[in-house]
Design a protein around this ligand. Structure first.
Ligand SMILES: [Fe+2]
Length: 287
């Protein structure tokens, strides 16, 4: 395999990296595609895919409020049909992400940080899934903004790979080990099993994927002297880097599509109308 993501293929890696970095820096305004909900055609789909192919994410904005059916049709046009359910998603595998922390009726949702107004640290979606059932892409659509806060920050995982590899190729070697990161089983769920997996892996289609969370609890890293160094390097990179991190405050009817890039969310404060984001995750990436 001549994948640029394998350490032995240095020439392929350098050639790929040159192309990848040549499209940065880029301003957010160039990464947003306007969509007319009554008439979105192949041109808009092509524009979305073109941006995605460079940055692994793209912003879009609908001209007016859309319902779930339009959101699903939009995904279908992008060939996003293999959506993933979770215990908190609805019958169409849409998760309605809002602050439920004060509702006793929906206590279960309030126990998960996404369903509160708290900040969410750096992660890729579904990092707790095994690599054969991973979230390859997702859509996050804003129906109602918060009164303040709730900014999203994203960074293309391929960029992180480049900076880690160029700093020390051994970091990549370790992060590709199949048992480097373990999510212990959930003691409250009898059928739950612990999941071990790599941080970076190359899938069957030869794409690079990332599984990662910066959380400190309920995660077990394989004992390795280098892990501490890698985590410090990564934390510093994510804290200091402005050139490659995109910060966006989603407006109403706006959203983003991503090939599961690393992302985080800031805390927020609701106004009269609660912040509501709709999220759909998929087993396939957007190509
Ligand atoms: Fe997420």
């Amino acid at each position: 395999m001549n994948s640029p993501f394998l350490l032995e293929n240095q020439a392929e890696y350098e050639a790929w990296k040159k192309i990848k970095l040549s499209s940065y820096p880029k301003s957010l305004s160039d990464l947003c595609v306007k969509i007319d909900q009554n008439n979105f055609g192949q041109n808009q789909i092509n524009d979305l895919k073109k941006i995605l192919s460079k940055y692994n994410f793209v912003l879009y904005k609908f001209d007016s409020k859309i319902n779930d059916l339009v959101l699903q049709q939009f995904c279908k046009k992008l060939n996003l049909v293999e959506s993933i359910s979770n215990p908190l998603s609805d019958m169409n595998n849409i998760s309605n992400i809002t602050d439920n922390s004060n509702k006793t009726r929906e206590k279960i949702k309030g126990e998960y940080i996404p369903y509160t107004n708290k900040k969410l640290n750096w992660h890729t979606d579904g990092y707790y899934y095994p690599t054969n059932f991973s979230v390859k892409s997702f859509l996050l659509h804003c129906e109602n903004q918060a009164e303040s806060g709730g900014k999203n920050h994203l960074i293309d995982h391929e960029i992180i790979y480049i900076f880690l590899r160029d700093h020390n190729p051994e970091f990549i070697d370790i992060l590709m080990q199949k048992d480097i990161m373990e999510i212990p089983k959930n003691k409250n769920i009898s059928s739950s099993k612990s999941i071990k997996g790599p941080v970076f892996y190359i899938d069957k289609e030869n794409y690079l994927n990332m599984r990662y969370t910066s959380r400190k609890q309920n995660i077990v890293w394989k004992k390795d002297d280098m892990i501490k160094k890698i985590k410090i390097f990564l934390d510093n990179f994510l804290n200091d880097n402005e050139e490659y991190i995109f910060s966006l405050l989603l407006e109403n009817n706006q959203g983003y599509l991503a090939n599961n890039v690393l992302h985080r969310r800031e805390e927020y404060v609701d106004g009269e109308k609660k912040r509501l984001l709709k999220r759909i995750r998929f087993l396939n990436r957007i190509n």
